[in-house]
Design a protein. Sequence first.
Lengths: 198, 81
Amino acid sequence: MSESGAAEPEEDAGRRVANEARERVHFEEEALGLADQVYRVARRMVGTREEAEELVQDTYARAFRSWKSFTPGTNMRAWLLRILTNLNTDRGRKIQRTPDQQPLEESDYYLANRLAAVEGEQALEQEQVVERLSQGGVVNALAELPHDFRDVVVLVDLGEFSYADAAQILDVPIGTVMSRLHRGRRILKKTLAEESLT
Amino acid sequence: MTEDPDCEKCEELLQGYLDRDLAAEEVLIAEGHLEDCDYCRRRYRFEAQLRRYIRISASERMPAGLLAKLAQLRGPTADGL
Protein backbone atom coordinates (compact mmCIF):
# COMPACT_ATOMS: atom_id res chain seq x y z
CA MET A 1 0.00 0.00 0.00
CA SER A 2 1.33 3.46 -0.84
CA GLU A 3 1.77 5.96 1.97
CA SER A 4 -0.68 8.43 0.52
CA GLY A 5 -3.32 5.70 0.13
CA ALA A 6 -3.00 4.57 3.76
CA ALA A 7 -3.26 8.03 5.31
CA GLU A 8 -6.91 8.70 4.54
CA PRO A 9 -8.46 5.45 5.87
CA GLU A 10 -6.33 5.71 8.97
CA GLU A 11 -7.74 9.14 9.62
CA ASP A 12 -11.26 7.82 9.09
CA ALA A 13 -10.61 4.98 11.44
CA GLY A 14 -9.27 7.41 14.00
CA ARG A 15 -12.39 9.53 13.71
CA ARG A 16 -14.60 6.50 13.99
CA VAL A 17 -12.85 5.39 17.15
CA ALA A 18 -13.15 8.86 18.64
CA ASN A 19 -16.82 9.07 17.73
CA GLU A 20 -17.52 5.71 19.20
CA ALA A 21 -15.71 6.60 22.39
CA ARG A 22 -17.77 9.75 22.65
CA GLU A 23 -20.99 7.84 22.12
CA ARG A 24 -19.97 5.32 24.73
CA VAL A 25 -19.16 7.98 27.28
CA HIS A 26 -22.49 9.63 26.57
CA PHE A 27 -24.26 6.30 27.04
CA GLU A 28 -22.45 5.60 30.29
CA GLU A 29 -23.30 8.99 31.69
CA GLU A 30 -26.95 8.67 30.84
CA ALA A 31 -27.02 5.19 32.39
CA LEU A 32 -25.32 6.36 35.59
CA GLY A 33 -27.84 9.17 35.84
CA LEU A 34 -30.56 6.52 36.10
CA ALA A 35 -28.80 4.47 38.77
CA ASP A 36 -30.92 5.65 41.68
CA GLN A 37 -34.16 4.86 39.85
CA VAL A 38 -32.84 1.46 38.81
CA TYR A 39 -31.77 0.73 42.37
CA ARG A 40 -35.18 1.64 43.81
CA VAL A 41 -36.84 -0.94 41.60
CA ALA A 42 -34.11 -3.53 42.20
CA ARG A 43 -34.34 -3.09 45.94
CA ARG A 44 -37.94 -4.31 46.02
CA MET A 45 -37.33 -7.19 43.66
CA VAL A 46 -34.85 -8.87 45.99
CA GLY A 47 -34.69 -9.54 49.71
CA THR A 48 -31.76 -7.48 50.93
CA ARG A 49 -29.92 -4.27 50.21
CA GLU A 50 -26.74 -6.24 49.52
CA GLU A 51 -28.47 -8.35 46.90
CA ALA A 52 -29.92 -5.23 45.31
CA GLU A 53 -26.50 -3.57 45.15
CA GLU A 54 -24.98 -6.68 43.62
CA LEU A 55 -27.78 -6.97 41.10
CA VAL A 56 -27.44 -3.34 40.05
CA GLN A 57 -23.67 -3.72 39.71
CA ASP A 58 -24.08 -6.83 37.56
CA THR A 59 -26.65 -4.95 35.49
CA TYR A 60 -24.33 -2.01 34.86
CA ALA A 61 -21.38 -4.28 34.12
CA ARG A 62 -23.44 -5.99 31.43
CA ALA A 63 -24.93 -2.73 30.16
CA PHE A 64 -21.51 -1.13 29.77
CA ARG A 65 -20.26 -4.20 27.91
CA SER A 66 -23.19 -4.33 25.52
CA TRP A 67 -23.93 -0.62 25.20
CA LYS A 68 -23.96 -0.90 21.42
CA SER A 69 -27.14 -2.96 21.51
CA PHE A 70 -29.01 -0.01 23.04
CA THR A 71 -30.91 2.02 20.46
CA PRO A 72 -30.38 5.74 21.16
CA GLY A 73 -33.62 7.60 21.66
CA THR A 74 -35.42 4.62 23.19
CA ASN A 75 -36.20 4.21 26.87
CA MET A 76 -32.87 3.51 28.58
CA ARG A 77 -34.40 2.95 32.01
CA ALA A 78 -36.57 0.18 30.56
CA TRP A 79 -33.54 -1.24 28.73
CA LEU A 80 -31.52 -1.37 31.95
CA LEU A 81 -34.38 -2.99 33.82
CA ARG A 82 -34.74 -5.59 31.12
CA ILE A 83 -31.14 -6.59 31.79
CA LEU A 84 -31.76 -6.46 35.52
CA THR A 85 -34.85 -8.66 35.50
CA ASN A 86 -33.11 -11.18 33.23
CA LEU A 87 -30.17 -11.36 35.62
CA ASN A 88 -32.53 -11.63 38.56
CA THR A 89 -34.44 -14.46 36.93
CA ASP A 90 -31.20 -16.37 36.22
CA ARG A 91 -30.14 -15.80 39.77
CA GLY A 92 -33.53 -16.87 41.11
CA ARG A 93 -33.31 -20.13 39.19
CA LYS A 94 -30.01 -20.87 40.87
CA ILE A 95 -30.85 -19.75 44.38
CA GLN A 96 -34.48 -20.28 45.29
CA ARG A 97 -36.70 -22.45 43.22
CA THR A 98 -39.82 -22.05 45.27
CA PRO A 99 -42.88 -23.28 43.46
CA ASP A 100 -45.26 -20.45 42.71
CA GLN A 101 -48.23 -20.94 44.89
CA GLN A 102 -51.22 -18.92 43.79
CA PRO A 103 -52.48 -17.01 46.79
CA LEU A 104 -56.11 -16.09 46.87
CA GLU A 105 -56.92 -12.45 46.57
CA GLU A 106 -59.93 -10.64 47.95
CA SER A 107 -61.93 -8.06 46.05
CA ASP A 108 -60.55 -4.59 45.35
CA TYR A 109 -62.43 -2.87 48.17
CA TYR A 110 -61.27 -5.43 50.73
CA LEU A 111 -58.62 -3.35 52.49
CA ALA A 112 -60.78 -0.22 52.50
CA ASN A 113 -63.66 -2.26 53.92
CA ARG A 114 -61.47 -3.70 56.63
CA LEU A 115 -60.18 -0.25 57.52
CA ALA A 116 -63.71 1.10 57.60
CA ALA A 117 -64.72 -1.75 59.90
CA VAL A 118 -61.91 -0.91 62.34
CA GLU A 119 -61.77 2.88 62.09
CA GLY A 120 -65.25 3.74 60.93
CA GLU A 121 -66.55 4.55 57.47
CA GLN A 122 -65.78 8.26 57.87
CA ALA A 123 -62.10 7.53 58.49
CA LEU A 124 -61.78 6.72 54.80
CA GLU A 125 -62.34 10.42 54.14
CA GLN A 126 -59.13 11.29 55.93
CA GLU A 127 -55.88 11.39 54.05
CA GLN A 128 -53.89 9.98 56.96
CA VAL A 129 -55.96 6.82 57.07
CA VAL A 130 -53.34 5.01 54.96
CA GLU A 131 -50.81 5.67 57.70
CA ARG A 132 -52.71 3.18 59.80
CA LEU A 133 -50.68 0.74 57.69
CA SER A 134 -47.03 0.90 58.70
CA GLN A 135 -44.39 1.57 56.06
CA GLY A 136 -42.60 -1.57 57.18
CA GLY A 137 -45.84 -3.48 56.69
CA VAL A 138 -46.02 -2.26 53.10
CA VAL A 139 -42.44 -3.38 52.44
CA ASN A 140 -43.14 -6.80 54.00
CA ALA A 141 -46.36 -7.26 52.08
CA LEU A 142 -44.54 -6.53 48.83
CA ALA A 143 -41.76 -8.95 49.74
CA GLU A 144 -44.33 -11.67 50.37
CA LEU A 145 -45.85 -11.42 46.91
CA PRO A 146 -44.91 -14.35 44.67
CA HIS A 147 -42.18 -12.99 42.42
CA ASP A 148 -44.17 -13.00 39.17
CA PHE A 149 -46.71 -10.68 40.76
CA ARG A 150 -44.13 -8.70 42.64
CA ASP A 151 -42.06 -7.88 39.58
CA VAL A 152 -45.06 -6.38 37.80
CA VAL A 153 -46.32 -4.46 40.83
CA VAL A 154 -42.82 -3.09 41.48
CA LEU A 155 -42.30 -2.05 37.85
CA VAL A 156 -45.70 -0.36 37.44
CA ASP A 157 -46.49 0.96 40.90
CA LEU A 158 -43.00 1.87 42.06
CA GLY A 159 -41.09 2.28 38.83
CA GLU A 160 -44.09 3.95 37.19
CA PHE A 161 -43.60 2.04 33.96
CA SER A 162 -46.47 1.72 31.50
CA TYR A 163 -48.05 -1.70 30.95
CA ALA A 164 -46.29 -1.80 27.57
CA ASP A 165 -42.86 -1.07 29.04
CA ALA A 166 -43.39 -3.62 31.81
CA ALA A 167 -44.41 -6.20 29.19
CA GLN A 168 -41.23 -5.52 27.26
CA ILE A 169 -39.01 -5.59 30.33
CA LEU A 170 -40.43 -8.91 31.51
CA ASP A 171 -40.88 -10.32 28.01
CA VAL A 172 -44.50 -11.30 28.59
CA PRO A 173 -47.68 -10.24 26.78
CA ILE A 174 -49.34 -7.05 27.93
CA GLY A 175 -52.43 -8.98 29.02
CA THR A 176 -50.23 -10.98 31.39
CA VAL A 177 -48.86 -7.76 32.84
CA MET A 178 -52.39 -6.49 33.45
CA SER A 179 -53.69 -9.64 35.06
CA ARG A 180 -50.61 -10.06 37.26
CA LEU A 181 -50.73 -6.41 38.23
CA HIS A 182 -54.41 -6.49 39.15
CA ARG A 183 -54.13 -9.75 41.04
CA GLY A 184 -50.84 -8.73 42.65
CA ARG A 185 -52.38 -5.52 44.00
CA ARG A 186 -55.32 -7.46 45.42
CA ILE A 187 -53.01 -9.96 47.12
CA LEU A 188 -50.95 -7.05 48.48
CA LYS A 189 -54.06 -5.43 49.94
CA LYS A 190 -55.17 -8.67 51.49
CA THR A 191 -51.76 -9.13 53.13
CA LEU A 192 -51.83 -5.54 54.37
CA ALA A 193 -55.29 -6.05 55.86
CA GLU A 194 -54.23 -9.25 57.56
CA GLU A 195 -50.91 -8.02 58.87
CA SER A 196 -51.63 -4.42 59.72
CA LEU A 197 -55.21 -4.49 60.94
CA THR A 198 -55.32 -7.39 63.34
CA MET B 1 -69.86 -4.91 52.06
CA THR B 2 -72.30 -4.05 49.39
CA GLU B 3 -74.76 -6.06 47.41
CA ASP B 4 -75.51 -3.23 45.02
CA PRO B 5 -74.64 -4.40 41.49
CA ASP B 6 -73.70 -0.83 40.52
CA CYS B 7 -71.15 -0.74 43.33
CA GLU B 8 -69.86 -4.12 42.30
CA LYS B 9 -69.41 -2.88 38.77
CA CYS B 10 -67.70 0.24 40.06
CA GLU B 11 -65.34 -1.86 42.18
CA GLU B 12 -64.48 -3.87 39.09
CA LEU B 13 -63.53 -0.68 37.24
CA LEU B 14 -61.39 0.72 40.09
CA GLN B 15 -57.93 -0.38 38.97
CA GLY B 16 -58.44 0.38 35.32
CA TYR B 17 -59.87 3.78 36.20
CA LEU B 18 -56.90 4.78 38.34
CA ASP B 19 -54.52 3.40 35.73
CA ARG B 20 -56.35 5.46 33.07
CA ASP B 21 -56.84 2.29 31.16
CA LEU B 22 -60.62 2.19 30.71
CA ALA B 23 -62.56 2.60 27.52
CA ALA B 24 -64.43 5.91 27.32
CA GLU B 25 -67.80 4.27 28.03
CA GLU B 26 -66.41 2.55 31.12
CA VAL B 27 -65.05 5.85 32.41
CA LEU B 28 -68.57 7.26 32.04
CA ILE B 29 -70.04 4.33 33.96
CA ALA B 30 -67.52 4.73 36.78
CA GLU B 31 -67.83 8.51 37.01
CA GLY B 32 -71.61 8.44 36.76
CA HIS B 33 -71.77 6.05 39.67
CA LEU B 34 -69.12 7.84 41.74
CA GLU B 35 -71.08 11.05 41.53
CA ASP B 36 -73.95 9.49 43.45
CA CYS B 37 -72.20 6.97 45.63
CA ASP B 38 -70.24 8.08 48.72
CA TYR B 39 -69.36 4.49 49.47
CA CYS B 40 -67.50 3.94 46.22
CA ARG B 41 -66.10 7.46 46.08
CA ARG B 42 -64.40 6.97 49.46
CA ARG B 43 -62.93 3.70 48.28
CA TYR B 44 -61.59 5.17 45.06
CA ARG B 45 -59.99 8.00 46.98
CA PHE B 46 -58.56 5.56 49.47
CA GLU B 47 -57.09 3.45 46.66
CA ALA B 48 -55.41 6.50 45.11
CA GLN B 49 -53.89 7.41 48.49
CA LEU B 50 -52.84 3.86 49.09
CA ARG B 51 -50.96 3.71 45.82
CA ARG B 52 -49.06 6.87 46.67
CA TYR B 53 -48.35 5.55 50.14
CA ILE B 54 -47.06 2.25 48.81
CA ARG B 55 -44.75 4.05 46.39
CA ILE B 56 -43.36 6.29 49.14
CA SER B 57 -43.07 3.52 51.71
CA ALA B 58 -41.32 1.07 49.42
CA SER B 59 -38.96 3.52 47.76
CA GLU B 60 -35.43 3.30 49.11
CA ARG B 61 -32.67 5.57 47.91
CA MET B 62 -29.52 4.12 46.40
CA PRO B 63 -26.88 3.57 49.11
CA ALA B 64 -23.99 6.02 49.25
CA GLY B 65 -21.02 4.61 47.43
CA LEU B 66 -22.93 2.54 44.89
CA LEU B 67 -22.71 5.19 42.19
CA ALA B 68 -18.90 5.27 42.53
CA LYS B 69 -18.79 1.48 42.24
CA LEU B 70 -20.91 1.63 39.09
CA ALA B 71 -18.70 4.35 37.61
CA GLN B 72 -15.71 2.06 38.04
CA LEU B 73 -17.38 -0.42 35.72
CA ARG B 74 -17.18 2.02 32.81
CA GLY B 75 -15.01 1.26 29.83
CA PRO B 76 -11.60 2.88 29.39
CA THR B 77 -11.90 6.56 28.63
CA ALA B 78 -10.53 7.57 25.24
CA ASP B 79 -7.91 10.28 25.15
CA GLY B 80 -9.11 13.80 24.65
CA LEU B 81 -12.66 13.21 25.87
